[in-house]
Ligand binder design. Structure first.
Ligand SMILES: [Zn+2]
Length: 103
């Protein structure tokens, strides 16, 4: 009878799964609005950015973000550096200022 170590194998596969989950969530975060320069969140004015950040949640742990920095990233583009209050993962969120032309 071979002595296997089922508990160790289970732990390894759990760890592998957890790592993959983190990677997948990061990839998904990049695809969600605000997750990359190509997919900015449209806002009407810079004043509302803080409010939008407050309504977003960390893709890893669903924690709230703390706003660290807020920079211009070209014409009409804003990039906001945030850190998750729970898991401490730093992240950048992209915003584009929509035209304020009257509709
Ligand atoms: Zn988090």
């Amino acid at each position: 009878m071979r002595r296997k170590r089922p508990e160790r194998t289970a732990r390894r596969s759990r760890e592998r799964y957890a790592r993959r989950l983190v990677r997948d969530r990061e990839r998904l975060a990049q695809l969600t609005p605000g997750g990359s320069e190509e997919r900015p969140i449209e806002v009407d004015s810079p004043a509302v950015i803080e409010g939008r950040v407050g309504s977003l949640r960390c893709p890893q742990c669903d924690g709230e973000y703390a706003l660290d920095d807020h920079q211009s990233a070209g014409p009409g583009m804003r990039v906001v550096s945030v850190t998750c209050r729970m898991c401490r993962v730093p992240r950048q969120l992209w915003f584009r200022l929509g035209s304020s032309a009257p509709s």
